[in-house]
Write a protein that binds this ligand. Structure first.
Ligand SMILES: Cc1cc2nc3c(=O)[nH]c(=O)nc-3n(C[C@H](O)[C@H](O)[C@H](O)COP(=O)(O)OP(=O)(O)OC[C@H]3O[C@@H](n4cnc5c(N)ncnc54)[C@H](O)[C@@H]3O)c2cc1C
Length: 464
């Protein structure tokens, strides 16, 4: 099924005009073009946005280099004689950039091949059916806003010099000796993990009582234990008041008078929406602290105007942006796609050890359902995890006699196990449904199988 094409009244008549060419915007453009729509995609910087150039891809390349460093450092454990002679950050950056530029080239090719008009420049919503880019007015039957997010800081902490966000940390040309990471959320723990693997002394300062506070508490406990073992310091329940710097170092002033000193302060306190000054409020959109409020169909309340990705409150993840972008293209094409269920969006944190989760935490499940059962399968019983030398677990949360509503995993490489977990939660499978499916031995995936076997009342390699 394809959409009816727009009447082509010159350069500016599109079925969809998309503002922002990141994960949400370009996914919408690709799907809409596939459905036969005429699409304009406005981007002020590089197609691919945060995820490709400053987020997911470059950081995961760094985390892979970090894993190589750790493996080399620990090679003796496996009987392999090797020594880590140092980290050549220039070469690591070149490797990272080569990955990004290959993907960037591929994406540019995809967009060009689908006849999407890529309009380079800063755009602004000038009415419910127009986006103005410098002196061009692009008219669309529908407008999709996808302007993404920026790294936030705190009052009293100015980003400059030794105080930086993930954007500047990705451009470092040498490894700092001592790093303080402000924020123990996803971005904070990922950078802490990389810096530590590269040899820095790292301290995370987090206001909440635990690291990765959005995860199930059992996950935080295991991550904190692993970080202690890796000698990554952390101060939870600790507020930072301000930070000062001079030529030599940065001082981080904590509530209560104590100060910490380091060579670099990485501020990782979350990301805010890029919506200021773009005409959104003037065109009648409802904004809440800068975020664009939508219904479950990504509609803003202004006829014909949709919003996707990080500017919409919820999980700030690239694959949520992709899914919302595709959803909107299909909605506009009249395909009546199924609305996205936020809790079924998989979440992976790529620090060492990795964290992967989908669905409800135990606490959320107990708030929503009268009877809930949980089971924690320890990776101590999983052959492949023992071969890798990792600790961790798979925790299942199910409604009593009902489906699995949450899967929470921690351990080296466990991020790769999220695929099956999301199908289980998304398809509302029971442990009994899953337990008839055979999992290959020895894989880490088997741990998911064993957890379901145990919860279905027939544990195999389970000690509890
Ligand atoms: C360090 C880091 C690591 C991350 N790791 C992961 C990860 O591993 N997995 C994951 O799923 N997510 C990750 N994310 C989050 C992910 O990058 C975002 O959720 C995703 O990029 C959001 O997509 P978006 O389309 O909403 O916004 P963006 O990707 O930010 O794209 C918005 C685009 O709009 C453009 N734009 C803004 N205003 C205008 C304007 N006025 N005119 C024209 N263009 C404009 C911007 O230049 C940008 O290209 C990470 C983020 C960071 C910062």
């Amino acid at each position: 099924m394809t959409a009816e094409p727009a009447t082509n009244s010159g350069d500016a008549a599109y079925d969809i005009v998309i503002l922002g060419g990141g994960s949400g915007g370009y996914a919408c453009a690709l799907r809409a073009a596939e459905l036969g729509m005429r699409v304009a995609l406005v981007e002020r910087d590089k197609l691919g946005g945060t995820c490709l150039h400053r987020g997911c891809i470059p950081t995961k390349a760094l985390l892979h280099a970090a894993e190589v460093a750790d493996t080399t450092r620990e090679a003796g454990r496996f009987g392999i004689r090797a020594s880590l002679d140092g980290i050549d950050l220039g070469a690591v950056s070149a490797y990272r950039d080569s990955v990004v530029s290959r993907l960037y080239k591929g994406l540019q090719g995809l967009v060009a091949s689908r006849s999407i008009d890529l309009v380079q420049g800063v755009g602004r919503l000038s009415s419910a059916s127009t986006v103005t880019v410098e002196d061009r007015v692009l008219t669309g039957r529908h407008i999709v806003l996808a302007t993404g997010s920026y790294a936030r800081t705190l009052p009293g902490i100015e980003i400059a010099g030794r105080i930086m966000t993930s954007d500047q940390a990705l451009e470092l040309d040498q490894i700092p000796r001592r790093v303080i990471v402000l924020g123990g959320g996803v971005i904070g723990v990922e950078f802490a993990s990389v810096f530590r693997s590269f040899g820095a002394e790292v301290t995370i300062v987090e206001a909440l009582p635990r690291l990765v506070a959005a995860e199930d508490p059992a996950v935080s406990t295991t991550l904190e234990r692993a970080f202690r073992k890796r000698k990554i310091g952390f101060r939870t329940g600790t507020m930072v008041e301000s930070a000062t710097q001079d030529d030599a170092e940065v001082q981080v002033h904590l509530e209560g008078g104590e100060s910490l000193t380091a060579d670099l302060l990485l501020v990782a306190v979350g990301r805010g929406p890029v919506t200021d000054g773009l005409g959104y409020a003037e065109c009648g959109l409802t904004l809440d602290r800068g975020y664009v409020i939508t219904d479950e169909n990504c509609r803003t309340g202004v006829d014909g105007v949709y919003a996707v990705g990080d500017i919409v409150p919820g999980l700030q993840l690239a694959h949520r942006g992709f899914a919302q972008g595709i959803f909107v293209a299909e909605e506009i094409a009249g395909l009546s796609p199924t609305p996205i269920v936020e809790s079924s969006i998989p979440r992976v944190t790529y620090c060492e050890p990795e964290i992967a989760s989908v669905g409800l935490t135990e606490t959320q499940a107990r708030e929503q359902h009268a009877e809930v059962e949980t089971y924690e399968y320890n990776l101590g019983g999983n052959g492949k995890s023992q071969i890798l030398g990792t600790a961790g677990f798979v925790k299942l949360v199910r409604i009593a006699d009902g489906p699995v509503v949450g899967v929470h995993m921690v351990g080296s490489r466990m991020g790769e196990q999220i695929g099956e977990a999301q199908l289980i939660v998304g398809w509302e499978a029971t442990p009994e449904d899953v337990s008839v499916h055979i999992h290959a031995h020895p894989t880490q995936n088997e741990a998911l199988g064993e957890a379901h076997l145990a919860l279905a009342g027939k544990p195999l390699h389970a000690h509890n």
